[in-house]
Design a protein around this ligand. Structure first.
Ligand code: HEM
Length: 472
């Protein structure tokens, strides 16, 4: 979901000034002893807010953290907010007291994805839908997808090798979207796939634009595309009903759901959740994959180590004639550690948001009802106390398991990412086929990070790919 970070303009719209306009409301009597965390509550300048959202948010937080410690308060465009940079505090909010903190998103984003998508909810509805999503993304379910994911990966790589220069991040997005489609629909008719892709692209363009119903604007176009997505899903559902297909993919799980009273999910609930999952799956996985390619490219020794591991598997599969097995994907220690270290280094979900549903006390501090809380994953992942020399890319650090609650690339607790095994599986598969048969060269010498809003290498890592055999 990570989606959270996509919703980065969250406060621009939703965080009404109300909570700020009437600060007295925040002063409640619950616990006289508890005081607000330290920090400055002055209006942050527009520049500061923009900086938080357009640059490495770590710089913003790290400065505050040095000054105030692991828990501090601030305002982001009028929203009072408590930031949490310790593993214990993140665990408190996301795991042990998760019921006291609800997910919080701008209404405009809810409308775009669909208000019934699971990550907007907590409680019974969330638990129910989450179980269905988890089942369709369980190891038992995704292991069956390996040959299909391999096919998608090989086709993608072949197509990159036939181009001059590709925008790696864009291409990775196409790949992760195809894998998402596999999980949700199994083998979907090409016509539907194209229609879904086309409308998703329009949503993508309007997603972070200013929410307005003015015709012609990117946001308005995105809302129209969202309506069309609903119609396409409705057609797919009707077709399945007609054919009485009982599939084990996510759509099947959602369509077959019945609670104790015999209630089923509505078509809108099904559609919102499918669109939500596809959204949560795409940019997240694609940005991590783009980083992996950069890290492997920049470190020849690391690349050779990964290649050695994958080549051995490739040979034992008769030069790639046999498909990868689930057991093989569970036994790629070198590649796996590269993935973990990439997740840590890039920390593409830098933080997430919750909102206190009641006054909450933590470590003697008061978090007033209605305030936002932000567990800062990236700060924790870059804290030298937990990850020595944190700016250094070093997969071997994962030879020892990280301390509990210090490594949360997929979040933690009731809303933790149900797609994490799938994400790792598709990354392993893509890397397997990439390093065994292809080579790549990054084009241009720019180093730097772009935020869109996930961090990706500058310009989406332009690169040239070729088939290794053709150069030997
Ligand atoms: C490397 C790739 C990915 C990363 C880093 C990632 C990260 C995350 C994080 C941090 C959360 C929790 C957000 C929060 O607590 O506020 C989350 C939630 C979620 N993710 Fe992922 N994710 C990834 C890939 C995927 C994939 C492939 C899928 C589905 C196929 C997926 C589906 C979801 C869903 C549905 C949620 C919401 C769960 C809930 O609210 O109960 N994610 N993800």
């Amino acid at each position: 979901m990570g989606m959270m970070h996509i919703f980065i303009y969250i406060f621009l719209c939703v965080c009404t000034l109300l909570s700020y306009i009437n600060p007295k409301k925040q002063k409640r009597k619950t616990n006289e002893k508890a005081k607000l965390p330290p920090g400055s509550m002055g209006w942050p300048s527009m520049g500061e807010t923009i900086q938080l959202y357009s640059q490495d948010p770590n710089d913003f937080f790290a400065k505050k953290q040095r000054r105030y410690g692991d828990i501090f308060k601030t305002h982001i465009l009028g929203c009072p907010c408590v930031m949490l940079a310790s593993p214990e505090a993140a665990r408190f909010v996301l795991v042990t007291r998760a019921h006291l903190f609800k997910p919080t998103y701008p209404k405009s984003k809810e409308k775009m994805i669909g208000p019934s998508a699971l990550f907007f909810h907590q409680g019974e509805y969330h638990t129910r839908v989450r179980k269905l999503v988890q089942n369709s993304l369980s190891p038992e379910a995704i292991r069956k997808l390996i040959p299909d994911i391999e096919y998608v990966a090989i086709s993608a790589l072949e197509s990159w090798a036939s181009e001059q220069v590709i925008h790696t991040f864009h291409e990775m997005k196409k790949f992760s979207f195809e894998v998402g489609i596999l999980c949700v629909f199994g083998h979907l008719d090409g016509k539907y796939r194209e229609e879904l892709k086309e409308n998703y692209c329009i949503i993508d363009k309007g997603y972070n634009s200013f929410p307005t119903s003015l015709p012609g604007t990117a946001y308005h176009k995105a809302i129209l595309a969202r309506k069309r997505l609903g119609q396409i899903l409705s057609e797919i559902i009707s077709e399945r009903k007609e054919k009485r297909l009982l599939e084990k993919d996510l759509l099947g799980h959602l369509m077959n759901f019945k609670d104790e009273k015999g209630n089923t999910l509505t078509e809108a609930q099904i559609a919102d959740n499918i669109i939500g999952v596809l959204f949560a799956a795409q940019d997240t996985t694609a940005s991590v994959l783009t980083w992996i390619l950069k890290y492997l490219h920049d470190d020849q020794k690391l690349f050779e180590a990964v290649k050695g591991e994958q080549k051995a598997m490739y040979e034992s599969n008769d030069g790639g004639k046999k498909p990868l097995t689930w057991a093989q994907t569970r036994n790629m220690p070198v590649t796996y550690k590269v993935i973990l270290e990439s997740l840590r280094m890039a920390s593409i979900i830098s933080f997430t948001f919750r909102e206190a549903v009641v006054d909450v006390e933590y470590e003697g501090y008061l978090i007033p009802k209605g305030w936002k809380v932000m567990p800062l994953f990236r700060n924790i992942h870059h804290n030298p106390e937990f990850f020595p020399d944190p700016k250094h890319f070093d997969p071997s650090r994962f030879e020892v398991a990280p301390k509990p609650n210090t490594f949360m690339p997929f979040g933690n607790g009731v809303h933790a990412c149900p797609g994490n095994e799938l994400a790792k599986l598709e990354m392993l598969i893509l890397v397997h086929h990439l390093v065994t048969k292809f080579r790549w060269e990054v084009v241009g010498s720019q180093t730097g990070i772009e935020y869109g809003p996930f961090p990706v290498p500058l310009k989406g890592l332009p690169a040239k790919f070729w088939k290794e055999s053709s150069t030997q």
